[in-house]
Design a protein around this ligand. Structure first.
Ligand SMILES: [Zn+2]
Length: 454
C-alpha cells in the first residue's frame, strides 16, 4: 500500500542473486537452496507450539524425513539410528508462518517501475523477495494477484529459495475496476483501439462470457483459487471505494467456473454492499472488508465465509503518491478496529495476511502486520491464525491445492516439514518476528534447512 524509493543497485543485485540461484551464473557467496538430507532429522529438547493448541507441549521429539513430519514421539523413544540430531535447547518449535494475502511479484517492486517493467525484470525482483521471505520465517504464501506461476514452479523444484505459493494468477477485474490501471488516453475512445496495459497483476473482463474465459485461463495456468475484484481499492486511482464492481451474474459466473474445478473465489472488497453482493453470489472468502457493518458480519457467519483481513494501522512510512489514495486509505484505517471486533464477536474465521504492494520497505518488515495483530489477539491467537488457521483457508483449494501431500501450518504427523525454532522459552510474542535475524534460530521448509544458528 505504501511505497519505497527505488534502489537501482539493490534491484540489480537482486537479479544477479536470482540468476546465481538458478545456476545461470556461478561463484560468489550467493544464497542457495539447500539439499534435503536423505536421513531422518530428529528435533529434540523443544517446547512445541503445534499451530493448533494455544498452549505449549513438552516432552516430545519430532522426526522429519524428506519433506514431511514422519512422527512426533515421546522424548524417551530412541531416534532412528541414521538420524541427524538437532538439539533445540528448550526453545519453542512451531510451524512456519503463512501469509494469506501476499503479492509475490509486486511486494517489493518499486512503484516508479510498475508501469514500465518487463516480465523478466519483475520475476527477478520477486525472486529476491521470495528468498528474503523465507528468511523472515514465511514458508507459505497465498498469492492473491500476480502472474507468479513460473516463480512458484522454480521455488518448488528448488531452483530458487522461497515460500510455497498458492497462486491466483491474474486478478479478474471489470473495466474501471480495481484491476484497471490504464490511463485515460489508453481507453478505446481516445486510442481508437481498446488496449490492455500489461500489468501482470490483473486482467480486464466485462460480461459473463468474458469473466468465464478469464477465470478459466487462470485455472488453465494453474491457479489454486481465483481472485476477483468486487469493489473499490486504494492504489487504483479511478474506482471509488464505495463502488460496486461486477454484477451478481458476473460474480456467479466466476464462482461457477472455480467450483467446476473444485476450488473457490475470493474477492477484493471493502464496502458492505460489495461484500454482500459477492457473498450472495457464492464467494467463499473476502479480502479486506474493513468497512463491514454488523449485518455484513452476520451474513459472513451464516454463510461460513472466511475473512482475510489485514491489520492496516497508521504507519510512519505511509506515503501514498496521490491524495486520492490517501483519502481512501484513511477511511479503511478507520474501519480496521471495528472489523476485527466484528469478526471476533461473530466468530468468523479470520486469516492473517499483509498485502504489501509496491512497498519494498514494508515487505522487508513483513511481520510488522503480524505484530499489529496484538491489538486484538494474544500471541497464541495471532500465531494460530498465521499458521493452522491460514492453512485451513488454503486447504479450501481442494483438488487444486498444489501441495496435496499434507497440511501446512501445523506440526503433526504427515504435515509438510515447515518448521521454525524460535529463540523463546514461552509462546513467542508477535513482535518477536520483527527481528527474524535474531529470533529465528532455525528455518526449515519442505524438510530443507534454510537457516540453523542453534
Ligand atoms: Zn492485495
Amino acid at each position: 500500500m505504501t511505497e519505497g524509493r527505488l534502489d537501482r543497485r539493490a534491484f540489480v543485485r537482486g537479479g544477479l542473486t536470482a540468476l546465481a540461484a538458478c545456476g545461470l551464473r556461478g561463484g560468489g557467496s550467493m544464497a542457495h537452496v539447500p539439499d534435503r538430507p536423505g536421513a531422518t532429522i530428529a528435533f529434540r529438547n523443544f517446547r512445541l507450539f503445534d499451530g493448533v493448541n494455544t498452549s505449549l507441549h513438552d516432552g516430545k521429539q519430532l522426526f522429519v524425513r524428506q519433506a514431511s513430519i514422519l512422527a512426533i514421539e515421546a522424548a524417551a523413544v530412541a531416534p532412528p539410528a541414521d538420524a541427524a540430531i538437532i538439539d533445540c535447547g528448550g526453545r519453542v518449535l512451531m510451524p512456519g508462518l503463512i501469509d494469506a494475502h501476499y503479492h509475490s511479484m509486486f511486494a517489493t517492486l518499486p512503484h516508479e517501475r510498475a508501469g514500465s517493467i518487463t516480465l523478466d525484470a519483475l520475476v527477478l525482483n520477486a525472486a529476491e523477495d521470495m528468498e528474503a521471505a523465507i528468511m523472515r520465517g514465511y514458508t507459505t504464501v497465498r498469492d492473491v494477484a500476480g502472474l507468479s506461476f513460473a516463480l512458484k514452479d522454480a521455488i518448488d523444484r528448488g531452483a530458487i529459495a522461497g515460500p510455497r505459493i498458492f497462486p491466483s494468477g491474474l486478478a479478474v477485474s471489470q473495466t474501471s475496476g480495481h484491476g484497471d490501471f490504464r490511463e485515460p488516453n489508453e481507453l478505446s475512445a481516445y486510442s481508437g483501439d481498446a488496449r490492455e496495459r500489461a500489468n501482470y497483476l490483473s486482467v480486464i473482463a466485462d460480461g459473463v462470457d468474458a469473466v468465464r474465459r478469464k477465470v478459466r485461463e487462470q485455472l488453465f495456468l494453474g491457479a489454486s483459487q481465483i481472485k476477483v475484484m468486487a469493489g473499490g481499492g486504494i492504489i487504483s486511482l479511478r474506482d471509488p471505494l464505495d463502488s460496486l464492481q461486477y454484477s451478481s451474474e458476473e460474480l456467479r459466473a466466476a464462482v461457477e467456473c472455480a467450483a467446476d474445478w473444485g476450488t473457490y473465489v475470493t474477492v477484493h472488497a471493502y464496502s458492505p454492499r460489495a461484500m454482500e453482493r459477492a457473498i450472495n453470489a457464492g464467494v467463499k472468502c473476502i479480502e479486506h472488508g474493513h468497512l463491514a457493518e454488523e449485518a455484513t458480519a452476520k451474513l459472513m457467519r451464516d454463510r461460513g465465509v472466511w475473512w482475510s483481513l489485514q491489520p492496516f494501522v497508521p504507519l510512519k512510512t505511509t506515503e501514498l503518491q496521490d491524495p486520492r489514495q490517501t483519502r481512501k486509505l484513511q477511511s479503511v484505517l478507520e474501519g480496521t478496529d471495528r472489523a476485527y471486533r466484528l469478526a471476533q464477536r461473530f466468530g468468523i474465521r479470520v486469516a492473517y495476511g499483509t498485502d504489501y504492494t509496491m512497498n519494498p520497505e514494508g515487505a522487508a518488515k513483513q511481520s510488522t502486520r503480524l505484530a499489529a495483530l496484538s491489538r486484538w489477539y494474544d500471541a497464541a491467537g495471532g500465531l494460530r491464525m498465521a499458521t493452522s488457521e491460514n492453512g485451513a483457508l488454503l486447504a479450501m483449494s481442494g483438488p487444486r491445492n498444489p501441495y496435496p501431500e499434507g497440511p501446512v501450518g501445523r506440526i503433526e504427523r504427515g504435515a509438510y516439514a515447515d518448521i521454525l525454532v524460535v529463540d523463546a522459552k514461552e509462546i513467542p510474542s508477535l513482535a518477536s518476528f520483527l527481528t527474524p535475524e535474531t529470533s529465528l534460530r532455525l528455518i526449515m521448509k519442505d524438510g530443507r534447512i534454510f537457516k540453523n544458528s542453534l
